[in-house]
Design a protein. Sequence first.
Length: 454
Amino acid sequence: MSLLVVGLSHRSAPVSVLERAALAPDTQAKLLQDTLAAEPAAEATVLATCNRIELYADVDKFHAGVAELSTLLAQHSGVGLDELTPYLYVHYEDRAVHHLFSVACGLDSMVVGEGQILGQIKDALALGQELHTAGRLLNDLFQQALRVGKRAHSETGIDRAGQSLVTFGLGQFVDGADGTDVDTWAKGKKALVIGAGSMSSLAAATLARSGVSEIVVANRTLARAERLAAILNEPGGTGVAAHAVEMVAVGDELTRADVVVSCTGATGLVLTAEDVETAVRGRRTPLALLDLAMPRDIDAAAHRVPGARLIDIESLAEASADAPMAADVDQVRAIVSDEVAAFGAAQRAAHITPTVVALRTMAADVVTSEVARLEGRLPDLDDKQRAEITQTVRRVVDKLLHAPTVRVKQLASEPGGAGYADALRTLFDLDPETVAAVSRADLNDADVKNRGRV
């Protein structure tokens, strides 16, 4: 396994750098295509969220891989390599696996334990599969990361260590307000959600559960806003009244809203300080603005508008630095360590499988050849005798190969076991092309199987 991850996150870089380095969806696709075109990378996928950008790749050279991936991140983010490099982190092989599994469990999130990251990991894998840049290693890795994250949430109380970024952000408005919790603060309020993507959908659902009376969804594509509003209005739901509007109506809706959550993929500002100032003019109650976009949707100058309070990614990062850690975090860390060891063992064992298959194929060819030679020398054998002899020879070969092949798989799964495949090929003089053919067949089968799982 030669897994490499190069990235930056809220832990390594200031929000101002993360904001500038944010990758639009079409830029992510181009980054993956260019990564595969680069010599060191055989497969790649990118995990891009509001507070992290990470490029994962299977590389054949470590130093060349780090240099190439760093350069590509700089080129596609628009932040110069010299400026970006101090904020980049690098993880390789088992450390890279450990990092992704920790991310999947919410241990590396701005709000520890939040579960939204699982959806973002799933999206990253789906993009790699759609573009055919994720091969067997990254398919296995990201599928396992999703399982590890779900296991952490189901077997521990990691959810108590933190909340979703949306809930945590809304909680910042509660501090110093009359309400004692988010539900009390949100009850009866009118909300405006700008955007209809995964984060906006989460925000709308969170607001609905918190007890707001009305949600207006605004999006550049009205049909997507209408779909989200329809989901919120489904019978048996929270009882919130939801409807969709076009983006041109945001100014009017802003004057009616008590709380605004914005998370779009826009490259420019969605709300200026002047928009906010106009919306709060003559208001009796303050306007709560939660900006979860990267780069930001709402002008930072809105912080200074009287009658409005803006919470954005930067202020969330500062607030979350003092968030308490739950005791369950240690249990999740133990789960991650166990899963990393299991994943490494499975990958090492899989590495030797094509060699074992090639050995058994060679043995089967020898049996076939010898039985054919015997038939030529003893043409008077009847069908029953011929079948019995053939079966006997096959049993002898199978028994001779069983113990060594089982044992070599066990040895190969242990740390440092990568050399057993080479030893097996040398001892039995196996044709390297036969082993490679088995590997290609396995890869194609795995690729087809994994594409149906996300």
